[in-house]
Design a binder for this molecule. Structure first.
Ligand SMILES: O=C[C@H](O)COP(=O)(O)O
Length: 234
């Protein structure tokens, strides 16, 4: 069954979301880039505020894959108590092999990591298994450039289906995101990714993901997820 993830950038947004019960609340600062990080202290407070009412994830920030800072950043983010730490990877995951292997000890210590690759950067899914070998828990497809061209403008349903199947074959949780709209939900749910991720569609201005969350938009996404899941599970 597919879950839904909602990205937030501050504690006020969490209060707005919790009533609608997303399965995962994801912490990131969109002003700092597609995987912009929130301050560690904010993430710590956010995790405490949520109090295990849903799962949580957090981006570590936009770092080049050869940055020596990645290991430390993952360690620090995991120490906030967040369930999953999200790390951006290049489209050709093979290029990140050294970075992935260096993170393996963190996986062995129980840190749950999710690798993020970008649909608008011509991703090569054939290296997905390397993420599994590094002990990651999941892989997520997102878009690097946030504009009118969402996930389905870059990859076909058949390519996305292939991605979800490959992830499943190496026991990785799979997530799909990238300026998803409410209309994308019935198209993507049949692929049975583990979750669909949203930010833009939850905001008062869907074209500005830095704008505040709109409670009505949040409710509409929640209802669309529920109704479409009911249809596909019949
Ligand atoms: O992790 C998911 C992303 O925050 C989705 O954001 P977006 O809907 O603005 O592309």
């Amino acid at each position: 069954m597919s879950c839904w993830l909602a990205s937030v950038r501050n504690l006020e947004e969490i209060s707005c979301l919790l009533a609608e019960g997303p399965d995962i609340i994801d912490f990131k600062e969109p002003k700092e880039g597609v995987l912009g990080a929130l301050p560690l202290e904010t993430v710590r407070e956010a995790v405490a505020l949520i109090g295990r009412r849903c799962q949580t994830s957090a981006a570590i920030g936009d770092f080049p894959v050869d940055s020596p800072q990645i290991y430390q950043r993952v360690l620090e983010m995991a120490a906030t108590g967040v369930d999953y730490v999200k790390i951006g990877l290049p489209s050709n995951i093979q290029q990140a092999a050294a970075c992935l292997l260096s993170l393996r000890p963190l996986a062995d210590q129980g840190v749950s990591m999710v690798g993020v690759i970008f649909a608008d950067k011509r991703p090569d899914f054939s290296w997905t298994y390397l993420i599994g070998q590094a002990g990651f828990k999941g892989i997520m497809l997102d878009t690097a450039i946030k504009d009118d061209f969402g996930l389905l403008s870059h990859l076909s349903l058949s390519e996305l289906n292939n991605f979800v199947k490959l992830a499943r074959s190496v026991r990785l949780i799979s997530g799909l995101a990238g300026s998803l709209s409410i209309q994308d939900i019935p198209k993507l749910l049949p692929l049975r990714a583990d979750y669909l991720g949203f930010r833009s569609a939850l905001c008062v201005a869907a074209r500005n993901r830095c704008s505040r969350l709109d409670p009505k938009a949040v409710l509409l996404i929640k209802q669309a997820m529920r109704e479409n899941l009911r249809i596909f599970e019949i």
